[in-house]
Structures are given as C-alpha cells and as structure tokens.
Design a protein around this ligand. Structure first.
Ligand code: SF4
Length: 390
C-alpha cells in the first residue's frame, strides 16, 4: 500500500488522520465522480456541469487527489458515477484508469462499475472500457418513450438506448444495469408498463427504478411551481412502484434494495457495501467518503474542487463523526433498505427495539428467521422507516 508521506500535496487531508487513528484496515470501495454532461436534464439536481472544456484540468486535479489518498484503499469495488463518465474520450478514460492502477493496490478489484448515457456510448469506448477492466455498466435509459425522454429534457432517444445496449453486449459486458424513472408527469400505469417491458426485453442483469423527484431549482421544479406541470400523486406513485416489483420479479429480477432489482448473484457489490454500513472513499467533486467514524464529502462544483487542489488543499470537508452507537444505528437504518434486512440482535444493540416494534405494528417491517426486514409497504415508504429510527 502506498503512503502519503512522499506526497506533500494535500497531506493535510482529514481522512488520513482518522484512517491512521483507526484500525488501519484499508477501505474496500472507491467512488470517482465525473461531473461532465453534454446537456442538462430538466429534473437534475446532481453535481454536474456542461462546461466540458475543463475535462483535462479536472482529470489532472483528480489524479492529484487519488495520489494523495489512494494509499488508504485496497478496493474490491470501484464506481465511476456522474455526471456522465461515458462522456470521457477513450484517451481521457485510459489516463484516469492508468492513474488509479498506478496509485492503488489493484489485486482485489472484483467489480468496476461505470454509469453511461446512451448517446455517448460508441463501440470504440465500450471496447476501451472492457479492455481497461470495467466489469459492470449502468445505462441511464430512464424511459423507452421518445415523448417521455423529451419531457425529461434528455437528449437521447429510445433508439439510442437500444443501440447502446447492443454495443455494450457486443463488447462482452455480462453485467448490465438499466436505470429507469417512474412517475413522469402525465403518465400512468400503462406507460410505465411499456417501459418495464422494454427494459425486460433487453435481458438485463440488474434494473434500478427511481421515482422522479421534483427538485425546486431545476427546470422541472420551476414548471411545477408555476403550475405548468402537475407531479403524479402519491397513490399513483405507489401503484407504479408496485407494478415494477411485480413485473421485474416476473422477469427474474428480484428486489434486493428499495430501488434495485437483480438476477441472483448480480447485485451491485459497491452499493451493497454502502448499505451494509461499510467504509468507502470518494474522489472528485462532491464525492462522499465514510472513513472510520467520519462522514463527509468533497466540495461541490468542479471549479471549486479544482481550486482547492490547485491550492494544495484537500477538497474534503468532514460533516459528522459518529460514535460507535451512532454508527451501529446508521448501519441498522441502512440495512432496513435491504430485502435481507438486519439481525434482530443488531436492532436491540442499536437501541431501536421500540421504533422497530412500532414499525412492525404499522406494517412497515416484519421479522423472519431472526432478521428484521421491510414489508412491501415498508419498501415503498423507506423514508418513513429511516425517519422513525433516527
Ligand atoms: S445526465 Fe445525469 S447528471 Fe447529467 S444532467 Fe442528466 S441527470 Fe444530471
């Protein structure tokens, strides 16, 4: 494992202090944020920019951060999210991959996921990703209707998603995910069923479904505020979610987390580590880290991120330090998002028996074989469970 001592840049990164103070176990997961997008989706509140002229400067800053903190890692999983990681050219992606391989112990990496948008997938890029060691690709299809894609402000059309899927399979990717969004204003169960069926027709290994959330400062949020767009009702949203559960399970994709469905054995290991309360390191603008008892994130905005690195400052800001009781409680709350649930003993150790008993009485949770897990109702109201347990 590399040490930071030879690297004076960012040596004050608070993650090192807490890492050294802990058991010194290297972290098993790395998230890398690639914040560039070719356009803005109407609903997006993520940390992204369309100023793609900064890509090279950003990747140079990212390399500095990876050199400074990569020694904390011995990763089993990598996840490149965004933004649109697939916007990077083959050359830029290869440079980033080379930096990671040079700075991080690589022998345990078993899963390397990247998020891609359909219109940016080419045969050349897909082959390059495969050749560099990417094992899992998540395709942001969102819907297979051109009309609904236009309503979301997406640039890709349904044909782009189908084409990208073919390219990815032809490049040899076995583990592919489709991201879908439900609850697009003006649509109901029949439109959603079409999207689910179109996704299942691809033969995916994993499907993620997300309710469209209306964020205030997005173009969608502004339309809703002006009354030009009416969000779907809670009741319809619940019916759409239930439709996804039934249709996807009928297609062999089992719900293992609130929003995630997979063929057995194809669950996303990287995200499972997070839901199991495991540690991870995040590099790049706004990337979150959980090191020892400390949670925090890098500054949001690729410009501010580059500025911090250029000034040899860490971009990381600590947000909370958890004591052991808080950490256990958090692990239980995260675990209650999973179909496998959590052991009853952990619920007791976390002092959450009273909250959990009420949630069982209200039909949100159930107990089986010594584990507490969400019911169908609990999956749909996962936020209610989290709020009740804090
Ligand atoms: S592609 Fe993703 S990150 Fe980029 S604008 Fe659209 S939703 Fe946001």
């Amino acid at each position: 494992m590399l040490s930071p001592e030879g690297n004076t840049a960012l040596s004050s990164d608070p993650r090192w202090g807490i890492f050294r103070a802990g058991a010194g176990e290297p972290l098993p997961s790395l998230y890398v944020h690639v914040p560039f997008c070719p356009f803005r989706c109407a609903y997006c509140d993520f940390d992204f920019t369309t100023r793609t002229a900064s890509v090279d400067a950003y990747l140079a800053a990212l390399a500095v951060e990876v050199r400074a903190v990569g020694g904390m890692l011995h990763p089993e999983t990598l996840f490149f999210g965004g933004g649109t990681p697939s916007l990077l050219s083959e050359g830029a992606f290869a440079r980033l991959a080379d930096t990671l391989r040079a700075e991080i112990s690589w022998d345990r990496v078993a899963e390397w996921s990247i998020e891609v948008n359909p219109e940016t997938v080419t045969p050349e890029k897909a082959c390059a990703w495969k050749g560099l060691g990417v094992t899992r690709v998540s395709l942001g299809a969102q819907t297979f209707s051109d009309e609904r894609l236009a309503a979301l402000g997406r640039r890709a059309r349904a044909a782009d998603a189908l084409g990208a899927w073919e390219i990815l399979r032809a490049a040899g990717f076995k583990n592919l995910n489709v991201d879908l969004i439900y609850g697009i204003p003006g649509t109901g169960v029949s439109e959603w069923r079409e999207d689910l069926d179109a996704a299942l027709a691809l033969g995916p290994d994993h499907v993620s479904v997300y309710a469209l959330t209306v964020e205030e400062k997005t173009p969608l949020g502004i339309h809703v505020r002006r009354g030009e767009t009416i969000p779907v009702s809670e009741e319809l949203s619940a019916a759409l979610y239930q439709e996804a559960v039934e249709r996807l399970s009928g297609g062999g994709l089992l719900r293992y987390e609130v929003s995630n469905f997979a063929r057995p054995g194809e669950e996303c290991r990287h995200n499972l580590n997070t839901w199991h309360g495991g540690e991870y390191l995040g590099c790049g603008a706004s990337a979150a880290s959980f090191v020892g008892p400390m949670r925090g994130a890098n500054v949001r905005g690729e410009g501010l991120y580059r500025k911090a690195i250029a000034q040899k400052r860490s971009a990381f800001r600590s947000e909370r330090t958890l004591d052991s009781a808080e950490r256990l409680r958090e692990r239980v709350v995260l675990g209650l998002r999973l179909a496998e649930g959590v052991p009853e003993g952990d619920v007791q150790a976390a002092g959450l028996e009273g909250d959990v008993e009420r949630l069982i009485a209200d039909g949100f949770l159930t107990v089986a074989r010594g584990r507490v897990a969400p019911t169908d109702r609990g999956f749909h109201f996962a936020d209610t469970i989290s709020a009740a347990c804090v």
